[in-house]
Design a protein around this ligand. Sequence first.
Ligand SMILES: Nc1ncnc2c1ncn2[C@@H]1O[C@H](COP(=O)(O)OP(=O)(O)O)[C@@H](O)[C@H]1O
Ligand SMILES: [Mg+2]
Length: 587
Amino acid sequence: MIRKLWPHARKYSPYILMGVLCSAAEAVFELLIPLVMSDIVDIGIANGDLNFILKKGLLMVVMAMVSLCFGVGAAALSSIAGQGFGANLRQAEYARIQTFAFSNIEKFSTASLVTRLTSDVNTMQLTLMMGMRLLVRAPVMLVSALILSVRISLQLSNVFLVALPLLLVMVVAILTRVGPMFRSLQEKTDALNLVVQENLTGIRVVKSFVREEHEEQKFSRRNLDLKTTSEKAFGTVVINMPIMMLIIYGTMIAVMWFGGKMVFAGTLETGKLMTYFTYITQIMMSLMMVSMMFMMMTRSVACARRIVEVLEERPAINNAQAKTDRDQKGNAVPAAVKDGSVDFDHVFFKYDKESPEWILRDIDIHIPSGATVGILGGTGSGKTSLVSLIPRLYEATEGTVRVGGRPVSDYTMEHLREEVSVVLQKNTLFSGTIRENLLWGNPNATEEQLWDACRAACADEFLERMPDGLDTDLGQGGVNVSGGQKQRLCIARAILKQPKVLILDDSTSAVDTATDAKIRSAFSNELKHTTKFIIAQRVTSIQEADLILVMDGGAVVAQGNHAQLMETSDIYREVYESQQKGVSIGG
Ligand SMILES: Nc1ncnc2c1ncn2[C@@H]1O[C@H](COP(=O)(O)OP(=O)(O)O)[C@@H](O)[C@H]1O
Ligand SMILES: [Mg+2]
C-alpha cells in the first residue's frame, strides 16, 4: 500500500526528512533537560551552590527553547508535507476518474468516488502529518528514556518488566477489534453521501413530489447507522485511554514506593529519583502515542485501500486497440473517422456481464453516411442503449459496431467522439455563460458561426430576448433556462461541432411541434453530410427519415421508411394512428 502511495508523497521527501530530524532533535532535548535538573538537586541544592543552580537553570531554559524551536519546525514541515501529499493524491485520483468509462463510475457509484476524493484523502493527509511526528518521537523517546532510566537505577527498572507486557497486550487487543470497524465506517459514510447527493441533485423532483419527509427519513436512517458505527469504533478507541492511564499511574506508584525506600536507605539520591519519574512519564506517554498511532494507521489503511482501488481501476474503455494510419508522407497518424456510415454487425449488449438478459439482441443494421435514421420504441426498449454504443460510451458485448467502416475500438476515444456528437436525453449545461457552453462544441467558433448554430437550433429567438444575449450567465447546471431552451442550446452546441454522426436522444421532447419541425429542416440544411440519429416519441419527428427503426424489447422489430412501415408494421401503424388522433382532436 505504501509503495503505491509513496510516489504521490515523493516530491515532499525533503520536507519529510527535515521534519523527522526536527522531531528527533526535539525529543533528544526534552530528554536531556531532566538530567540537568538532577544535577541541580543533587549537586546545587545539596552543596547550597547558588551560582551552580543559576547556571544550570539558565541551561535548562535554553535547552527548552531549542526543543521548542525544533518542535515548531517539525510541526510546520509535517503540515506542508501532509497538505502537499493530500493535494497530489486528490489530483491523481481525479485524473484517474476522468479516464473512467460509465461502467467504471457505476461500479464505484459517484457518491463513493466523492468520499474517496475527500474524506479518505483527508485521513491519509492527517496520518502522514501525525505519523511524521509521532512515529519518530515515540521510539526515540522510548529507547533513550529506557536507557537513561536503567542507567540511573537498574534495580528500580524492574517495574517495566510488569508494565510493558501489560501495555502491549492491551494495545494488540484493541487494535484487532477496531480494524474492521473502521472499514465499515468508511462504507457507511459512502451510503450517507449517496443519499445527500441524490437528494441535492434531484431537489426539484423531491420538492415537486413532496418527498421531503421521505428523503429526510432515508437520511436519518443512514445518519443513525453512521453514528452507531462510529460510536462503536471510537468507543473502543477511547477505552484505550483510561486503561493506559491506569497502568501508567500504577507504575508511578510502584516507582514512588520502591524509589522512596531506596532514598531512605541511601542507595538513591533524591534528584535521581525525580529525573527517573520524568523518564517514566515520558516512556509511558510515548507508548500511548505509539498505540494511538497504530489506531490511526488501522483507519488509514482502510482509507488507503479505497484510494488505491480508484488509482488502480482500469478504465473499461480505453485506447488499447486504437489503430494508426499512414498520412501522405508515410507517417503514422491515429486512425481518423472517414465518413458517417454506421454499421451494427449482429450486436448483442448488456450492461452487467453477469445478468442473463440481453438489453440489445442481434442488432444488424447498416446506415450509409449522411442518412437520417429515426428510432421509435417504448421506454426501456433499448433506444438509448443502442445509440450509446456508437460513440463507445459502452462497449458491445458481442458483435461489432463500426463507424466510417472501421470498428469503433480502432479509433482513439478523442478522435471518435470528436466526430460522433450526442445530445442526450438528460443533457447538462455547465455553470458559466451561454457562450462558454456553446464553445465546448468548437473552441474556435466565430460570433457568426455561434449565431448560425443557434438559429439552426431555434435558440436565437429566446437568446435575443435575453438582456446579455450569448453572455447570459447560466446558473449551476443551467437552471435559469427552461427545459426546451436547454435542449435547443445543447443542439446548437452539437451543430457547432459539425460532427460526422449526430445523435439526438429524445432531445426535442420539450419543444413544441412547430419548433421541432424547424430544427429538423435546419438539420438537413446545415448538416447535409452528417448521419443523423433521431430518437423521438412523436412519429412526426421522424416521419421523413430515410430509415426508421422500430424497437421493442431490445430488438429492431421493423425497419423501413414511413410508407413501408405503414404497410408492414402493425406497431408502427398503431402508434402513428393514435398520435394522429391526438393531433386532430387537439388541433
Ligand atoms: N446504466 C445502466 N445500467 C444498467 N441497466 C441499464 C442502464 N441504462 C439502461 N438500463 C436498462 O436497459 C434497458 C433499456 O434502457 P434504455 O436503452 O435506456 O431504453 P430507452 O432509451 O428505449 O427508454 C432498460 O431495461 C434499462 O433498465
Ligand atoms: Mg432513452
